[in-house]
Design a protein around this ligand. Structure first.
Ligand code: SF4
Length: 220
């Protein structure tokens, strides 16, 4: 980190001590360490994933940003790059993986499909953007976005992390964060606004499953 970026705690450092002493805030050091080790989750959905793979190769080299460690487990990942067409069949899995990621966690919608449905928006099997189900931090336009565009999106995410504050970030509040209800493939995916109904359906199906004389049904 450059001196001018680090020394912004409101104290003036005498000229003779500059380059030897740094005065900064805990937020700045903490955000600096996190922004340079944002590990993406290793999964792709469609053609955009090929561009994401290219971005990891030597020509573009995400190691420069500390993002080269693609994790096969959501429990070790910091950012989910939704790269590709989001079908209704995949949404429950994506939401479940998002819930399994530890906080702080971020989501990037890579490409037109993940951002808003893309060329398949009117398709019977495609949702109009992953942001209808999980919160998205950065949108990357394009069909497909180039590896350079993904790099720009990741740099934008780093800028967002730079502005986080230990006192105001939702990750560090005492309030327990609730997992997002996992939609059930079927009518749920048509009405994401009715999460309370989805939640009730999930609770009901869990109660039926746990009863001793439960009958295996085909779901909704
Ligand atoms: Fe494929 Fe274009 Fe959709 Fe990306 S945005 S997954 S390139 S159709």
């Amino acid at each position: 980190m450059a001196d001018k970026d680090l020394n912004q705690a409101g104290y003036v450092i005498p000229p003779e001590m500059q380059s030897q002493v740094a005065i900064t805030t805990l937020d700045k050091v903490y955000n600096w360490s996190r922004r340079n080790s944002v590990w993406p989750m290793m999964f792709g959905l469609a053609c955009c994933a090929i561009e994401m793979i290219c971005a990891q190769a030597s020509r573009f080299d995400l190691s420069r940003f500390g993002m080269e460690v693609m994790r096969p487990s959501p429990r070790q990942a910091d950012v989910m790059i939704v790269s590709g067409t989001v079908t209704k069949k995949m949404v429950p899995q994506i939401v479940r993986l998002f819930n399994q990621m530890p906080e702080p966690k971020y989501v990037i919608a890579m490409g037109a499909c993940a951002s808003g449905g893309g060329p398949f928006k009117e398709g019977y099997n495609v949702v109009s953007g992953i942001d209808r189900y999980i919160p998205v931090d950065v949108y990357i336009p394009g069909c497909p976005p180039t590896p350079q565009a993904l790099l720009y999106g990741l740099i934008s995410l780093q800028k967002k992390i730079d502005t986080e504050n230990l006192k105001t970030s939702p990750w560090y509040s005492k309030k327990k964060s609730e997992p997002i209800p996992v939609p059930i493939l079927g009518p749920d995916l048509m009405t994401p606004a009715k999460y309370h109904v989805i939640k009730q359906n999930t609770l009901n199906s869990q109660q039926v499953d746990s009863s001793p004389d439960a009958v295996i049904s085909g779901g909704i």
